[in-house]
Design a protein around this ligand. Structure first.
Ligand code: MTE
Length: 312
């Protein structure tokens, strides 16, 4: 598998250096500024993130695996296509168009969002519906902060997201089975949950293109396909939107997509997952999948009384 690096050499923080910095950070020995010093020469300079010690998991997936084993169908169906082909996508400048049932309307510069809202670093598990998983240090701001900024009307019950639609830059948008652009949505309480992040970086650097630069969603208790990449549009709706995978196969992929080891995908079991940590990933042993991907304490209340096999 070829590793195409989208950063210049002098912008790279070696993973081992990153890990040792993380340990120092956890111990409170250095400020978080150190982590981001390597991005200072970039056009969009991310402010310092606050390290959130509540969300720390050991056994990080290697940066190499997290940036070369990807799903980003706009660039191809193979896991290596995004890292091989997404490097040329233009991510600066970047605006997000806000609309629908909210007071704040129109385009907003990404830089305004990254400077207005507190950036945090959090380590989350990510569980793909295909039954592989990773542990990734993300950097982002709470979607709740952005929702408040948009001033939704009381009639707004859902938040809807769209990925960039530009077949010149995203070659597979010229065809293929997905109705482009890629679409996702959350219920308003899910959007406001403290776990839900709008992500702009990982491993202490700006998000590489293949991981959804410059702005993606991360909802750690849901299957990875909810984590829509390269977001250009956010809309507030009074009706539940149809997300891309639901549009493709509603009997296999639902709107909720909460990680649930008790509800199998029609074609495979969801009881276990292959945790990709690094090295010979394909041979990593399987571990048990946790309900809500292990985040039940934060999210289970939102689904009380719902039949999770029906609303999958
Ligand atoms: N977003 C867009 N626009 N296009 C995609 O194909 N794939 C989804 C999600 N977001 C996808 C997307 C799926 S299926 C997964 S598992 C995650 O992105 C993968 O994120 P990663 O490549 O950063 O691990």
């Amino acid at each position: 598998m070829k590793f195409k690096n989208t950063h210049k050499d002098n912008e790279i923080t070696d993973e081992s250096v990153y890990k040792s910095r993380r340990k120092l950070l956890q111990a409170g020995l250095i400020g978080s500024a150190g982590i981001l010093s390597s991005t200072s020469s970039l056009a969009l300079t991310l402010p310092k993130p606050k390290h959130n010690a509540k969300f720390v998991i050991d056994e990080l997936t290697t940066e190499k695996d997290a940036t070369t084993y990807n799903n980003f169908y706009e660039f191809g169906l193979s896991k290596s296509a995004p890292s091989e082909k997404a490097g040329t996508m233009q991510t600066e400048p970047w605006t997000v168009d806000i609309g629908g049932l909210c007071a704040q309307q129109g385009p907003v510069d990404l830089e305004k969002l990254t400077t207005n809202f507190q950036l945090e670093e959090r380590v989350y598990r990510m569980r793909c519906v295909e039954a592989w998983s990773m542990v990734i240090p993300w950097m982002g701001f709470k979607l709740a902060d952005l929702v408040k900024f948009c001033k939704p009307l009381s009639s707004a019950k859902y938040v809807y997201f769209e990925t960039l639609h530009d077949p010149k830059q995203m070659p597979r948008q010229n065809g293929g089975s997905i109705p482009w652009p890629y679409r996702e949505g959350l219920r308003m309480d899910e959007a406001m949950n403290e776990l839900t992040l709008m992500v702009v970086g990982m491993y202490g650097k700006k998000l590489p293109n293949q991981n959804g630069a410059p702005l993606r969603l991360i909802v750690p208790w849901k299957y990875g396909f909810k984590g829509i990449k390269s977001i250009v549009k956010i809309k507030f709706l009074d009706r539940q939107p149809v997300n891309s995978w639901q549009a493709i196969a509603a009997n296999e992929y639902g709107f909720y997509a909460n990680v649930n080891p008790n509800v199998d995908h029609p074609r495979w079991s969801q009881a276990t997952e292959r945790r990709i940590t690094g090295g010979f990933s394909l041979f990593n042993s399987r571990i048990k999948t946790q309900m809500f991907n292990g985040y039940g304490d934060y999210v289970a209340d939102m689904y009380k009384g719902m039949d999770l096999a029906r609303y999958f």
